[in-house]
Design a protein around this ligand. Structure first.
Ligand code: F6R
Length: 247
């Protein structure tokens, strides 16, 4: 299902509310909430709202385990552009999550170690019983995570090459496209599909055309987000601009 909100702030509040409800429900059951998280500009207000709920409403993250979708490669976790830094600044340093429960792909590993590391990342998700709720943004190439065009629907966590458009879109954060890493470690489409619930968010006009393709066009690896049409546990949260090309 696709739900269109007047603006990204209202939509983000609703997504944060869903996350909070999941955390509380799992708490009551004495279980951990396993969240799959995204970075980038799209989820920023979701994280702001979660931080607010932590500070004002007493929402605790003590029983929350997180797996982030991706990280640039190579990337020093301490660098300002790393997704580790992003998550710390936007969420983790502002709530009471146990640092041991945070998982973000490590962009600083030697190339030779990555395959085994990715298998381990996948295995860790499985050991926790899988992801309860996966949050996604979408790139203008149709990528989810960093699963660029050509990604297989059953792909797992792996090292990928970033699309040129993706690197162009990231150029501002890096002070020029040439500084954007060529590669990334990302959960696969298959990894994302195993989540029990998936929420994809998109805001603004510059996502309108890829949202139209993802929702209305044929399922194809040319637009990886179209694979989400095959899941019955996916919800699209859009603002009016991102939904503006839907028929
Ligand atoms: C980030 C991620 C990417 C972004 C996408 C949109 O962890 O997995 O798929 O969600 O590139 O980025 P923004 O939100 O910056 O438009």
């Amino acid at each position: 299902p696709v739900t269109v909100y007047p603006d990204q702030y209202l939509a983000s509040k609703e997504v944060a509310q869903r996350i909070a409800e999941l955390i509380k429900k799992k708490n009551e059951e004495g279980k951990k909430a396993i969240l799959g998280l995204a970075t980038g500009t799209t989820p920023i207000y979701v994280y702001k709202e979660l931080v607010r709920m932590h500070k004002e409403d007493g929402l605790s993250f003590k029983n929350v385990v997180t797996f982030n979708l991706d990280e640039y490669y190579p990337m020093n976790p301490a660098a300002v552009q790393s997704y580790v830094t992003f998550m710390n600044e936007n969420l983790f340093s502002k709530v009471d999550i146990d640092k041991n429960n945070i998982h973000i792909p490590d962009g600083s590993l030697p190339l030779d170690d990555i395959e085994e590391y990715c298998r381990g990342y996948e295995q860790k998700i499985n050991e926790y019983g899988g992801i309860d709720l996966q949050i996604l943004g979408i790139g203008r190439t149709g990528h989810i995570g960093f699963n660029e065009p050509g990604s297989a629907p059953n792909s797992g966590t792996r090292l990928v090459t970033l699309n040129d458009l993706t690197r162009r879109d990231a150029a501002r954060d890096f002070g020029g496209k040439s500084n954007v890493p060529m590669k990334a470690i990302t959960m696969g489409i298959g990894t994302i599909f195993k989540a029990r619930e998936i929420i994809l968010m998109a805001w603004s006009k510059h996502k309108a055309s890829i949202i139209k393709k993802s929702v209305e066009e044929e399922v194809s690896a040319d637009v990886p987000a179209t694979f989400l049409q095959l899941c019955d546990n996916v919800e699209f949260f859009l603002d009016e601009d991102a939904a503006s090309e839907l028929t």
